[in-house]
Design a protein around this ligand. Structure first.
Ligand SMILES: C[S@@+](CC[C@H](N)C(=O)[O-])C[C@H]1O[C@@H](n2cnc3c(N)ncnc32)[C@H](O)[C@@H]1O
Length: 278
């Protein structure tokens, strides 16, 4: 790290997330009612790229209220573990698992910082380590994240990451067409905007957030340095929320730039495997 960390980054982000959990539980964005009724929370490209999870163990880092984690359980993962540093998020995920009939042997949730995951989760390794959709931006040190995440991938297993594309971090909020921020900035991005992406008008008081942008080259290089082997890096022209005012929502629920605009990558996904034991 070549820049000072704001000393309150973790505490500020935790307060911010803790306050947003009940808002997200009540939100249309997370649509818990639909989820309880059987809706899958995963994105179609994630399901296709991760492939069949039946009989496999899966660790979800930064699992929030557990919908994605439990969607993998519904798809047949033999054991899912979700980790998040927000206690209210973990409590909500546990309650949801119980409601859906998944006992702790099938779905468990741990409250811990992602950097402490190796000590916090119940097993030493998992067939699949899954994460993303707004996870890496909360972490100051992507090399350390990669070391922790890779250390939890079992031999023959893989890490799968689906994230918002860092190119979107440099564009103007209104149109998403002008480059207004430094792609390579390592400075913490401090924000005080109330509300949340799931409810822009929600009234909130813990609004300070400390985030970082991570260029794709940095993420891929950090993972490769751990000994994982990159299988693919895909870029997607869709997003999950109205990141730019110019975004239009399609019938498939994804947000895109208007059709008359040249496309840019809005999300990316990657898979990195640990070779099986010889
Ligand atoms: C946008 S959510 C993850 C997206 C998730 N797929 C979803 O939409 O349900 C980000 C999550 O990261 C968690 N988080 C942020 N910083 C963390 C850290 N240092 N350690 C563990 N969890 C963290 C937050 O509590 C939050 O639940």
């Amino acid at each position: 790290m070549d820049h000072p960390l704001p000393s309150d980054w973790r505490a500020a982000n935790r307060s911010n997330w803790d306050e947003r959990v009940p808002i997200h539980i009540a939100s249309q964005y997370y649509n818990l009612e639909g989820f309880r009724a059987g809706n899958d929370a995963l994105r179609d490209f994630e399901v296709a790229e991760v492939g069949d999870v039946s009989g496999r163990t899966l660790l979800h880092l930064q699992c929030h209220i557990g919908q994605d984690t439990l969607s993998w359980a519904r798809r047949g993962a033999s054991q899912v573990v979700g980790l998040d540093f927000s206690e209210p998020a973990v409590e909500a995920a546990r309650a949801l698992a119980e409601e859906l009939g998944f006992g702790p042997d099938r779905a468990s949730f741990v409250a811990a910082d992602v950097y402490d995951a190796a000590e916090a989760v119940p097993d030493t390794s998992y067939d699949i380590v899954y994460t993303g959709t707004g996870a890496l931006n909360w972490l100051p040190d992507v090399e350390r994240w990669a070391e922790v995440a890779a250390s939890l991938v079992a031999p023959g297993g893989f890490l799968y990451l689906a994230e918002f594309h860092p190119l979107t971090d440099v564009l103007d909020d209104e149109t998403g067409s002008r480059v207004v921020h430094d792609y390579f900035s390592r400075e913490a991005w401090i924000d005080d905007t109330p509300g949340t992406y799931a409810d822009l008008d929600a009234e909130t008081v813990n609004n300070r957030s400390v985030e970082w942008q991570h260029p794709i080259g940095e993420v891929v290089s950090a993972l490769c340095a751990t000994g994982l082997r990159l299988e693919f890096l895909h870029e997607h022209d869709v997003s999950l929320f109205p990141r730019f005012e110019s975004f239009q929502r399609g019938e498939d629920g994804y947000f895109r730039l208007p059709p008359d605009r040249p496309r840019i990558p809005l999300m990316y996904s990657l898979k990195a495997t640990r070779p099986p034991r010889p």
